[in-house]
Design a protein around this ligand. Sequence first.
Ligand code: PAD
Ligand code: ZN
Length: 369
Amino acid sequence: MPRAAVCPGIDQPLEVVDVDLDAPKAGEVLVRMGASGVCHSDLSVQNGTLLAPLPSVLGHEGAGIVESVGEGVSSVKEGDHVVLSFVPQCGACYFCAHDQPQLCETGFLPMATGSLLDLTPRFSRGGSPLNQMSALGTFSEQLVTLEMSMVKIDSDIPLSSAALIGCGVLTGFGAAVNTASIRRGDSVAVIGCGGVGLNVIQGAVHAGAERIIAVDMFDAKLDMARAFGATDVVNPSSGDATDQVRELTAGRGVDVAFEVIGLKSTTEQAFAMARRGGQAVIVGVPKMEQILEIPIAMELLVNEKQVRGCWYGSSDVRRDIPQLISLYQSGSLKLDELISRRIGLEEVNEAFRAMEAGEVARSVIEYDL
Ligand code: PAD
Ligand code: ZN
């Protein structure tokens, strides 16, 4: 019986309790979790920004060790170390066949409904089903998920660092490298330098951006941003962020502006910071009903600006996870530096508080293996 952090309902604290876990069915895998990052999207489910069926075991950024496999599973076996993907990627549907596995059709319903392919979760408590966020539920000592929701990694990579790849790194790094069209020498702005935004910064460095302007309201985050490769920093408390970014770019604006918070105001800022012909890449998840209004004639036509949405860094997990691991192994990708606090599962509510207070890049739950 694993211990898991369950969100009982919107705005209710997570409860750390023993839960029941069914054995893996065909195409499914039982994983003993090594670690799970605490991402803003977990908090967004708890506070109702991101709609997900509750009650649910939260957590969608994790790595662990395969304990057993269901019938027909061939890509992993007992003892393998794996990074979990919060988007199941089947490799065979229309989107997977068109180089957009982040939009996988097979994986969409399990991800959105917090269940597996038969649309039931494997967690339960007192006989009632408990959903599993993004078909995972990494805030649990063990979980059962789809074979298509994991990628095998070398067993010498620390699981706490590998866990971060599962959401923050794939999303942020991928936003810069896959979603945006950054060219060598470009200027970019990154609004929001938390666990995801810091990875946009390191992705922008990798893509060859020359000027990387970090925007955050906490100076400590801006210090981290510099350590991850930002060349300039802007704190909106010392003047309008758009004006400050324009001043740094000869009044023109940046080639690519990223919004990595999930607010309407900062999404509008990203659009305003982009130069004529530039891109605004939206990574932060706002409230479901949020609408973005853009002056069509001036901004989309005369100024030819583009808005690009970014889901999971437009990542192909089977292509990108091995690449990120090898960048980490060669010292070109920071993972350990993203970990602000190593915590136990019982401290998950405190991790939410620390995230909201801007105290951490990532808190990482470490499980006893
Ligand atoms: P985080 O809380 O670690 O970071 C957010 C950062 O924004 C913090 O550093 C804050 O200080 C900063 N911030 C907040 N408000 C402002 C403001 N008004 N002006 C300037 N800075 C501000 O969150 P995170 O990095 O874990 O996640 C960021 C967003 O990305 C969040 O909305 C999350 O749900 C989203 C996300 N999207 C995807 C995707 O596929 N698109 C995947 C994962 C996470
Ligand atoms: Zn996340």
